[in-house]
Ligand binder design. Sequence first.
Ligand SMILES: [Fe+2]
Length: 301
Amino acid sequence: MTTQAPVARFTRLRHATFRSPDSERLLDYYRGVIGLGVIGRDGDRIFLACDSEQLSLVIEPGEAALTSIAFEISSNVEMEALAAALKRADLRTELRSDPLPGISRLLSFIDPEGTRFELIQGWTPTPAQERIGALAVTKLGHVALRTPDPLAASEFYANVMGLRVSDWVEDRFVFMRSGYEHHTLNFALAPERSLHHLAFELRGASHMQQACDHLARHKLNILWGPVRHGPGHNTAIYHRNPDGHLIELFFDLDRMIDEELGYFDPRPWHRDRPQRPKVWVGLPRDVWGLPPSPECVEFAR
Ligand SMILES: [Fe+2]
């Protein structure tokens, strides 16, 4: 596929939708550990908001899997024109009105590897109908997908959706940014498309410490971290949720405050000055912290 300019420009990661074989168990986890709150339900679907009163997660019944990822696109894009452009790019699209809490219109498309993306414009606050407790994460920060061809995936999302490449780990893991944050969508080499991990943002170091204690109280093993990564330089911990999905909690992600600068805002822990997008080769990539446990072996190569 050849495209002159991006068809749309992803600006901000908004929410993710998951199927779960035990929606109530997964709901308990997101309420009691991550700190999201229920906005409402629509039949079997459960809508969850983060503390900033924005839809962050949708749970549907079914076999455990990621169903879709939603990004906001700029408000000056005409949805009908965008739908037509996506169709011309041989993508299956669907335009819906009033589909989700706080979202009036939604255009979905299926990407070349079968993952559904939802494109949305604007939002109205949709507070949880309950007090949010637990970790009360600030937001859904990024989604990492497996793919048999990270280069093709990165080219599709750069050319069609306007994402920018922030870093590569050799030729098998690409970090892409939609706004000023180092990554919101990643692709990792694997035999087939599926979720690699999902990440929620914490407020800082004391929140991270609280998160470690909170995971221990809930008997959720920390499989990797705390660690300060090389690519993105975020401090992160990883565990698995009840559906087996790898969940990252992080803070302090690199930021490119202006695309014209072409480098990430200087931070004391950078080894490169300036820290520009690059290909990371060899170990150790992390600034500090131990290597991942065998259960996170996909990260260790
Ligand atoms: Fe991550």
